[in-house]
Write a protein that binds this ligand. Structure first.
Ligand code: FES
Ligand code: FES
Length: 158
């Protein structure tokens, strides 16, 4: 195929090599090329936060990055967080504190919060609210999400 570039990315610990068009968004690459559909797509212009992933340790919006820009980098998506049998403490806390309803926004919240809690293991409520200010949820009203983050932080400190 004309106009494709070879890229190599590590996603959730697995190395992938693919030939992609330069215009392909990283969010589409993850979903359509790698079938990692846990990364959701809402607005596709950087507003809703639902496509958030962790790239080289930082949370980023995968709809604002081209797949070719991820060449040589390390990505973690929600699929890399926990398993059904062994949930990540954040996932467990979201479940217990009712931090989700439809769940569409949840992967984005989780992938925003993982690096945040790594950097700040004892955040104030205000810091939590600032951390998730770029993630939109149409269901929960945010209160239970904040409670879930507090619960996860407390457990992760132990
Ligand atoms: S889909 Fe990326 S920020 Fe909304
Ligand atoms: S739980 Fe439905 S959008 Fe957040």
């Amino acid at each position: 195929m004309d106009n494709v570039m070879d890229i190599t990315v590590t996603v959730n610990g697995t190395r992938y090599q693919r030939a992609v068009e330069p215009r392909m968004l990283l969010s589409d690459f993850l979903r359509h090329e790698l079938c990692l559909t846990g990364t959701h797509v809402g607005c596709e212009h950087g507003v809703c936060g639902t496509c958030t992933i962790v790239l080289d340790g930082q949370s980023v919006r995968s709809c604002l990055i081209f797949a070719v820009q991820a060449d040589g980098h390390e990505i973690v998506t929600v699929e890399g967080l926990g398993t059904m049998e062994n949930l990540h403490p954040l996932q467990e806390a979201f479940r217990e504190a009712h931090g989700l309803q439809c769940g569409f926004c949840t992967p984005g919240f989780l992938m925003t919060l993982v690096p945040f809690l790594e950097e700040n293991e004892n955040p104030t409520e205000e810091e939590i609210r600032v951390a998730i200010a770029g993630n939109l949820c149409r269901c929960t009203g945010y209160q239970n999400i904040v409670e879930a983050v507090k619960l996860a932080a407390e457990r992760m400190r132990k």
